[in-house]
Design a protein around this ligand. Sequence first.
Ligand code: HEC
Ligand code: HEC
Length: 139
Amino acid sequence: MTKIKKANVRIVVVSAALALACALFAGCASSQEAPSDAVAGTETTPRLMPAYHQKYADDTGYQCYGCHGATDRGNPNARNATAMPDGHYVNNDPSTQELDPIRNECRSCHSVDPNKEMHDDSYYEEAEEETGQHGSREE
Ligand code: HEC
Ligand code: HEC
């Protein structure tokens, strides 16, 4: 019994020491590759775009902000879209309706995952209608 208790105590001590080491050396990031300049200032991995978004990624006629951004209509502008984190805006405040400049190039951080399915196509088509976005073919 006492042996087990001692072992447990030792594990706790070792974990605490590891946690401290991680805190000192900026998060045990040695096994991860260094982030590119484009992601400087963000701690987490950008969410991948669902497969349907390939055409939005390819065609800059589609405005990411037009669906995902805060406007006078609401946040996000398209009812079906995912709101951007507050940190994407100036002063961390969506009511500015202004992107922090580091967030301007959505496509440089967010990639398409061809295997990521979210809602079915009609969900996006609805958002396209709602925001009047049909890509560059109508511009
Ligand atoms: C026509 C509207 C529209 C446009 C344009 C658009 N999106 Fe989206 N996006 C959506 C909708 C709607 C969803 C949510 C789908 C769902 O919930 O099933 C979504 C989902 C996402 C997600 C996944 C969020 C999550 O929770 O995993 C990301 C990331 C994303 N979009 C980024 C972008 C980027 C970057 C662009 C520009 C290249 C863009 N979107 C252009 C409507 C749009
Ligand atoms: C510098 C890299 C970077 C840029 C540029 C960027 N994002 Fe993000 N985005 C992230 C990261 C990282 C996250 C994860 C949350 C966080 O750390 O803030 C995120 C989260 C999101 C989410 C939330 C997904 C969810 O499920 O909550 C959406 C939507 C999104 N971004 C859309 C956009 C759009 C649209 C643009 C362009 C207007 C954009 N992002 C520009 C890095 C970026």
